[in-house]
Ligand binder design. Structure first.
Ligand SMILES: Cc1cc2nc3c(=O)[nH]c(=O)nc-3n(C[C@H](O)[C@H](O)[C@H](O)COP(=O)(O)O)c2cc1C
Length: 358
């Protein structure tokens, strides 16, 4: 099977979640023996359709533009056994690069109007290959793709098939290390989907469910996103610069602190036992929360616990400065900026840096 996979994300340098998903889908297709060519539309010169209908009249089947679409992509597209259209969701639909590609496939249709029972269509000049649509989006709900999916089905030509629609919401959260296990399962399932498509021309409901599974609670996606954007704005960096500079997102509330704090802990420090760590915050965010570290897990709870091993009382801003590496924890302690009661050595062990957690 010859497959053409089109990626319309403009993002480069491993930052595109469309690309992340497409890579795994293609891997699965190749494992099943398919020949797959991946084309990044951003690298191609594809002019806008100018609506001249020359491809329907003076030069039937041929576009007036002399660009990569006419010279390379349109013939490849026609010859493929399957085309994967991989697009980021922009304003609830495919992005403009993919839309431009679609417009330029007009030479594959004939100008005449054929009456169907309910819908008129243009007959096709050529066989148009079946499609797989792959899309990712930022919001956490799978329903974010409803408008796009509805559009695809309402506009589907009777002689063109869709073998699968693969949608991944909350895609931007796939790069946070907080949900590594779930993200790996989503990526494995996407690879499996590629294999299934090449073998059976469809994706099983089980595989589809794994691809679309929630990464975490919806509220957590919102917390993570808001923390990320607030930090970008405060640091005056774009998301790309945020990644390049290794900036740590700054919690702005008890919930966001409780979400990210466990990730930085050296859980081994608890050994076979259970360590209780109490926080009392003052200043911009006031309140209490505590963490139980046990058997490699960390449980976060609002309020106070009995007999904590470590109790930290600190202005919220001071602790966030330490967490985001703007201030040195030891120095702040020496200067009395925060207070610790309990096992200081255990605290030092718990906060030991470990590259594998980042
Ligand atoms: C112009 C623009 C419009 C977007 N519209 C939506 C949208 O309607 N719904 C949504 O959930 N995410 C939306 N997003 C977020 C993207 O879908 C998300 O960032 C995705 O990861 C981008 O894909 P990429 O990483 O492959 O570039 C939009 C992003 C941009 C830049």
């Amino acid at each position: 099977m010859n497959i053409l996979a089109l990626n319309s994300s403009p993002r480069t340098g491993g930052r595109s979640k469309t690309e992340l998903m497409l890579d795994r889908l293609v891997e699965g297709m190749r494992d099943a023996g398919a020949r797959v060519e991946v084309v990044n539309l951003r690298e191609k010169k594809i002019n806008n359709c100018v609506g001249c209908y020359t491809c329907w009249t003076k030069t039937p089947g041929k576009c007036i533009h002399k660009d990569d679409m006419s010279g390379e992509l349109f013939p490849k597209w026609l010859e493929s056994d399957l085309v994967v259209y991989a697009t980021p969701l922009y304003y609830h639909t495919m992005n403009s690069a993919m839309s431009r590609f679609k417009e330029r496939t007009l030479p594959a249709a004939l100008p005449f109007i054929e009456m169907g029972d309910e819908k008129s269509t243009h007959p096709l000049r050529h066989r148009v290959p079946p499609a797989v649509w792959l899309s990712v989006c930022g919001f956490p709900e799978l329903t974010e793709f409803d408008v796009f999916s509805d559009y695809l089905h309402r506009t589907l030509h009777k002689d063109v098939e869709i073998w699968a629609e693969i949608y991944r919401p909350a895609a931007e959260s796939m790069s946070t290390p907080l949900f590594r296990e779930t993200v790996n399962d989503i990526l494995d399932a996407t690879k499996r989907a590629g294999w299934e498509l090449a073998e059976t021309r469809e994706v099983s409901p089980e595989t589809m469910a794994r691809i679309a599974q929630p990464i975490c609670e919806r509220e957590q996606i919102a917390d993570l996103a808001n923390m990320f954007w607030r930090t970008c704005i405060a640091e005056e960096v774009s998301p790309k610069e945020f990644d390049e500079k290794g900036i740590v997102p700054r919690p702005y509330s008890m919930d966001t602190f409780m979400l990210v704090f466990p990730h930085g802990l050296n859980r081994e420090a608890a050994g076979d036992g259970r360590v209780l760590m109490q926080f009392t915050f003052t200043g911009e965010v006031e309140g209490q929360c505590w963490f139980a570290v046990e058997k490699g897990n960390v449980k976060a709870t609002v309020g106070t616990c009995d007999n904590p091993d470590i109790a930290i009382t600190t202005p919220f801003g001071v602790w966030m400065d330490i967490m985001t590496r703007k201030a040195d924890g030891q120095q702040m302690f020496m200067e009395g900026k925060y207070r610790v009661e309990g096992d200081l050595n255990l605290m030092i062990e718990l906060f030991k840096e470990d590259d594998t957690r980042s």
